[in-house]
Design a protein around this ligand. Structure first.
Ligand SMILES: [Zn+2]
Length: 285
């Protein structure tokens, strides 16, 4: 598989999920061990579109095991790949040296280009140690209220409660959400908060993303980033945000599909932005 095929495949997968109401953020994120996909050898979490694709794979298999390894890594450790096991494609940036021969003094320059690699689930690797339950960090409780007050103070974004809508105002750098009691449950309240904090990371004094205007593709892209931020924060912290929140998702689905259909790299870019947003939120938790 080349990179273009990877972009096309993951985009098709996401469009299908959106159309059938099974986008990755519609599922409760309860897993044993690591909540996010990690490399079985190094323990390093996969990021961006790889985190999305691998967690998707794990959930579709009904697997709580989020550990993956390449064929080479498995061989190094003496792990055997089960017969019939299928590798899952991931994107990796590799360095290639480009030589410019046009000039009198040819200079070499290093370029980073994406390349497709395959990894195998730990469930398909014989010899991998059993999955262990990982303790949650002691520094935070996982309670929506604590997460709200912590992010609000560390990012200096005020959160107002009341009314029937949830939104982030970029001009005021302020979040407004309904009272917690108006949400179906704490997870739904948390999902909304993380989505809105996701938007707040895009403010010009933070990650400075373009917000667009309601109805345009930039706006739809930003909504995708915010939703994936909520998903990624849930994955990397083990907390379980729910997508049943107060922004009207049904209205976004069509615009997301349009954005994805138009640009096969949009999902990779949105995953990358969401990963940066997630990093900023998690470091402040
Ligand atoms: Zn939003």
């Amino acid at each position: 598989m080349n990179t273009q095929e990877f972009y096309a495949q993951i985009t098709e997968k996401m469009i299908h999920a959106l159309e059938s109401g099974t986008a990755p953020w519609t599922r409760p994120w309860k897993v044993t061990g690591d909540g996010a996909p990690v490399n079985a050898l190094t323990g390093k979490p996969y990021r961006g579109v790889n985190a999305l694709n691998l967690s998707w794979h794990a959930l579709s298999m009904g697997e709580p095991d989020m550990r993956y390894a390449t064929f080479k890594q498995a061989s190094e450790k003496g792990w055997k790949i089960r017969a019939g096991a299928k590798g899952i494609p991931i994107l990796k940036l590799v360095t290639v040296t480009k030589k410019n021969e046009q000039e009198e003094n040819p200079q070499k320059s290093d370029l980073l280009i994406p390349k497709v690699y395959y990894v195998f689930s730990a469930r398909d690797l014989e010899g991998v140690a059993a999955l262990e339950e990982k303790p949650k960090p002691a520094s935070w409780s996982g309670k929506a209220e604590d997460i709200r007050s912590k992010l609000s103070s560390t990012l200096s974004v005020s959160v107002g409660h009341g009314g029937g809508r949830a939104f982030y105002s970029r001009s005021d750098d302020r979040i407004q959400v309904p009272l917690e009691g108006n949400f179906e449950n704490e997870e739904a309240y948390l999902g909304t908060l993380l989505h809105e904090f996701g938007h707040a990371t895009g403010h010009e004094k933070r990650l400075n993303r373009a917000f667009g205007v309601y109805g345009d593709s930039v706006y739809a892209f930003e909504e995708l980033v915010a939703e994936m931020t909520s998903l990624f924060v849930g994955m990397s912290t083990g907390i379980t945000p729910d997508d049943k929140h107060f922004e009207n998702h049904a209205a976004y689905v069509d615009s997301w599909i349009q954005v994805l259909e138009k640009d096969k790299k949009a999902l990779v870019r949105a995953s990358k932005q969401a990963q940066y947003a997630c990093d900023l939120l998690v470091v402040n938790l």
